[in-house]
Design a protein around this ligand. Sequence first.
Ligand SMILES: C[S@@+](CC[C@H](N)C(=O)[O-])C[C@H]1O[C@@H](n2cnc3c(N)ncnc32)[C@H](O)[C@@H]1O
Length: 239
Amino acid sequence: MFHVKHPARGSMRVSRETPSVSWDPWEQLDPAQREQLEHYARLLQELGRHHNLVSRETLPELHRRHLLHCLALTWRPFPPGSVVVDWGTGGGLPAVPLAIAFPEVTVHAVDAAQKKVLAVRTMARRLGLANLQVHHARAERWEGAAHYSVSRATAPLATLWQWHRRVARPLAASPDAWPPGLLALKGGDLTDELAALERLDPHLHVRLWPLDRLLGDPLFAEKYLVHVAPEPEADASVR
Ligand SMILES: C[S@@+](CC[C@H](N)C(=O)[O-])C[C@H]1O[C@@H](n2cnc3c(N)ncnc32)[C@H](O)[C@@H]1O
């Protein structure tokens, strides 16, 4: 559970979005993209055994627990030509599914663990993903720039927001696309994480999509897709 504040001057706005119908992200992919994702799943099974890329218990349900979960980020498009950074990519999640779903977007996958970086580089090469770049770096020190940050199971929201705002670049995205900002896949009680985020920066708008509703799958109960961006007025004042 989490507390939802009402918009008020100086306080962070948190809104819960409830999709009226569930949606299957696989349906918007073309057959070549689906085959690339299947190929990625096979590579994760193969390399994951030696490099601990995802927990072993989840390997039998890889499509649902990992691919479907990460494909939730395709609920809205990332504009062609935009740049996305994935903090703590591990075995390439969500960087690889995003690079497959959006071939005209540049995706940077960042991780501090060299073994994982080498494995993701191998997978990117075997998948022919020219739009995916893999970096061995700590997020705090990565020397790059991006319009969007994404992350799953790496750090609390306030930490992710600090990483994001250090590298963030403005982008005029169309209304149907994700507004530039941070997109995180999160689970459980977010109250403390949201409070810490508000202490760090109160001029934010946080939107939460319950994933069990969005994806129509009870496996994702208490899991959320979280979008964090500056309030438009606050954003205008700093540019
Ligand atoms: C639990 S794994 C999650 C991996 C992947 N995002 C997923 O959902 O399967 C967390 C990953 O974050 C990386 N990590 C943690 N702190 C980091 C930091 N400060 N900079 C870069 N990578 C970090 C770890 O090396 C690890 O691979």
